[in-house]
Every structure is written in structure tokens, then in C-alpha cells.
Design a protein around this ligand. Sequence first.
Ligand SMILES: C[S@@+](CC[C@H](N)C(=O)[O-])C[C@H]1O[C@@H](n2cnc3c(N)ncnc32)[C@H](O)[C@@H]1O
Length: 303
Amino acid sequence: MYAWLVRLGAYCGLFTAPVVLGAALAQDYGDTPYVQTPQVVVDKMLEIAKIAKNDYLIDLGSGDGRMIITAAKRYGARGFGVDLNKSLVTLANRNAAKAGVANRAVFYERDLHETDITKADVLTIYLLPEVNLMVRPRILALKPGTRLVSHDYGFGEWPPDIELTMDAPGKPVGRDQKSKVMYWVVPARVAGKWVWQGPAGPYELQLEQVFQKLTGTLSVGGKRVAIDKLALTGERITFEAALDQGQHEFSGKIMNNSIAGDSRKFGAGASAGTASGRQAWSATRTELREPRFTDLKPGITAR
Ligand SMILES: C[S@@+](CC[C@H](N)C(=O)[O-])C[C@H]1O[C@@H](n2cnc3c(N)ncnc32)[C@H](O)[C@@H]1O
């Protein structure tokens, strides 16, 4: 246990004396010692993840249950938490009953590595960084659009979509009473060649993908055109392209090997098209490529 606390203390910028403080307030029940997320940080994590009534949450390493209980109480959401420690699980279920949400917030004594997470709309996590890395492949295999919010620690090279540092009064570890909150959306797999037809000939969009980050080229009738603001959030792709008829914004939903959405001309002459200026747009993937969902090994350069 002491070794884990030293490590958690070190991650938090702590060394000797504060470890003693951590030892008083944290207990080691498995991969990651028990340290409570302060309630203000729980509130911020749920706010950033935009929890809604229909969301199903899973908390990996649920401690006293505060994450799922708050989501159920404040947003009417449902979910479950798992923890290796039996007494924490008993406490969490008791806390859920006290809060009047036992029908929507349930806790199980279970190893997070053996927990089915495929039903999650939102995953909440406060685990050590290497434990996060162990779970990451399973998270990246979840349905695109699944949201992930983590307290303090990231997921290796997978860059968060949102990251902030906030005051965390009463936090039992760390020198400065601060917490980091990080948020990700599981990206669709969009790498490859996408084609569609338009007035100027075939459009060919070549996409490379590293986690949710895209780079790409677009050619229209065999001629390269500039693209900009290429972005992927879950299953939604957006970009802008400088076409002969003017600057266009494309937006679509990815469903395996097809994209369906719309395009909109903007800037000078933007009145063309439908009343809203939007026209239906769809594309088909004709060549599939694997996205890079792993950290780089030493000696390998990022594309
Ligand atoms: C840092 S605490 C976070 C507690 C709670 N989520 C919170 O934010 O207040 C990590 C929790 O994960 C639990 N834990 C560690 N390894 C686990 C594992 N393999 N499976 C399930 N729970 C685990 C610990 O018992 C502890 O309660």
C-alpha cells in the first residue's frame, strides 16, 4: 500500500510529508488506491460530459459511489459502478439508498478489468495513468460517440478534447489542492479514401487518423483543393473546402463505410442552394485504412 501511495503522491507532485497525509486519507484496495474525488470536481466532470437523463454511466473504481449517485440525483441518469473493495461497494449502495436513487445507481464488487463496459454512454474514471492505458484499447473499441471523463490522469498519447485545471478544496492528495479534468469522445474509424460525385467531377477525400486527429487531402475532378478545419468528434466529421464555386463547409455522420450529412456554401455568393443554404451530401469509403490508436514506440515518427 505504501508503495502505491508514494507513487500516487509522486504523480500529484507530492513527496515525503504529504505522502503521510495521503496515507491517512487513502487506502489501497487494488490497482489504484482509494482517494475520493472532491464533490466540486465530480460536479465539473458531469457538467463537462453533458450528462442527460437518458445517459447510462459506468464508473470504473467507484469508491463511495459519488459519481453515479450525483449523476442520478442531479440529472436523472442511470448507471453502475464497480470497485474491488467490498466495504466501499456496500457504502456506495447505502449512499445511493440514502439519496433515494438506489433504482438508478447500483454498485458491484467487481474487477474493472473484467467489467463489461459496452453499454456505457459515459465512462467516468479516477485511476492511475498506467491503469488507464490498460483499459484504453477497450474504450477505443466502444461505440463512437461514447464519452469519457477522467480525474487527474490521461490516456497516454490520446489527446483530450477538453482539459482544465480547477480548485479542489479538501482534495486528500496533491500539494496545491488542484484537480485536472479531462474529457474525450470515442472517435469513429474514418481513415481511408472517401468518394462522392459533384458538378466538377468525382471528389476524393483521403484521410489519415491518429486517435481523433485527422489529416487529409481532397481532390475534385483530379485537381487538388485546399481543405481546412478537418475535425472528428465521435461519429461526426466536419471540414471546409475551397471549391471553384466558393468556400464550402461539409458536415456528416459516419456509419461504417458511408457518410451522410450536408454541405453549405458560405462567404460571397452564399445564397445559392436551399433556403438554409444547405445541400444533402453523402460519401462512400472505397479504401479502408487503420487509424493509429496506439502510442508511438521509440524511433517511430508521427505521421
Ligand atoms: C482513486 S479511487 C477513486 C474513487 C472514486 N471513483 C472517486 O473518484 O471518488 C480508485 C478506486 O478504484 C478502486 N479500484 C482499484 N483497482 C480496481 C480494480 N481493478 N477493479 C475495481 N476497482 C478498483 C479502488 O478500490 C478505489 O476505490
